[in-house]
Design a protein around this ligand. Structure first.
Ligand code: AKG
Ligand code: FE2
Length: 189
């Protein structure tokens, strides 16, 4: 297991940390199989059904109520990767109480959003197809934009401005991609 190299000497966004090779290819394959077997369902928001398949663990965000509710605990197979995600973010592993696992089939992406404020820190791990995370924030002169690569087996952590001020999105891809997003709860527990 390599410790992984930072992808940037100077982060392109304040509050963004990225690391290549957070996991190796064998771990990636095992995680993909485990995600596929985890009981994914199409992401739903009101009447709208997304193309991406998701499962929430630890905590589940209820879009109708705007609150979090307890979900099934994080399974054993997520704990080693959570430990590395936490190290990337400089957090104790137990602080990352929520995990959202996603499969993006070809044509699926995720639209512009900021993660819900019930969550605090956000740490993602990418599996499968290489993607890019697009960031934008509104300025007086229009949107300021930054795009960062999301290489498979790499991780990223959002805090500060990258977490709170900038929106992010991922364009649909031609090949499948999986991700694991760990989050801490705002206000701690
Ligand atoms: O798939 C990813 O890496 C990002 C997912 C994301 O932005 C989210 O679930 O809030
Ligand atoms: Fe997000």
């Amino acid at each position: 297991m390599s410790a992984g190299l930072p992808l940037f000497d100077v982060p392109p966004l304040p509050g963004l940390a990225e690391r290549a090779d957070l996991i190796d290819a064998a771990e990636e394959a095992a995680l993909i199989a485990a995600i596929d077997a985890s009981g994914l369902t199409p992401f739903r928001f009101q009447q709208w059904e997304g193309l991406r398949l998701t499962r929430s663990l630890g905590w589940h965000y209820d879009f109708a109520r705007g609150t979090v509710a307890e979900a099934a605990p994080l399974p054993e197979w997520l704990l080693p990767v959570r430990a590395r995600a936490a190290a990337l973010a400089g957090l104790p592993a137990a602080a990352l109480e929520q995990a959202l696992v996603i499969r993006y089939d070809p044509g699926a992406g995720i639209g512009w959003h900021r993660d819900r404020p019930v969550f605090d820190r956000v740490v993602g791990v990418s599996l499968g197809a290489a993607a890019a995370m697009r960031f934008r924030r509104r300025t007086e002169r229009g949107f300021e934009r930054v795009t960062v690569p999301l290489p498979p087996r790499g991780g990223y952590a959002l805090s500060g401005e990258a977490r709170g001020l900038w929106e992010h999105s991922i364009a649909p891809l031609a090949a499948p991609r999986w991700s694991i997003t760990f989050r801490s709860l705002a206000g701690g527990r």
